[in-house]
Ligand binder design. Sequence first.
Ligand code: HEC
Length: 135
Amino acid sequence: MKKLLLIPVALLSLIACNNNSSSTEEKKDTGTTTTNTAPAEVDISANPDYKAGLALIAKNDCLTCHSVNDKINGPAYKDVANKYANAGDTIVTHLAKKIIAGGSGVWGEIPMTPHPTVSQADAEQMVKYVLLLKK
Ligand code: HEC
């Protein structure tokens, strides 16, 4: 009797109205597709904005001052994402411009250095990645 192991299978079988297997006849339910991925847990690393933004951030100097979870010189990206979680669409443009121009005053007196060689498009892509990190 592998009752415990079979509970999930049995439940699926019940749902499928297919619960006529005896203990000797163990059916392989080939027809049942098990979709166990919880929709609430979205895997952000599969998002193209995540991959592209992270690649650019890794190529630039961002991680000398920022990390995802901890404040270094600059705020944790998680905190940035949470701060702007309910901001409108223009926040991407705004933060991208700030990355290029540099500046201070939002998180404290320490300034972010300017990044004049970063394009607006690349900066926006990096911002999109950062904003995905909200918790
Ligand atoms: C020399 C350190 C340093 C580097 C390098 C750096 N940052 Fe920052 N960053 C900061 C500081 C400090 C702040 C907070 C500025 C403020 O208080 O307005 C900040 C703020 C930010 C913000 C939030 C801005 C706001 O107004 O809320 C974003 C987004 C950001 N940085 C992204 C980046 C990206 C992307 C890069 C790489 C291209 C980068 N940073 C490189 C220090 C840095």
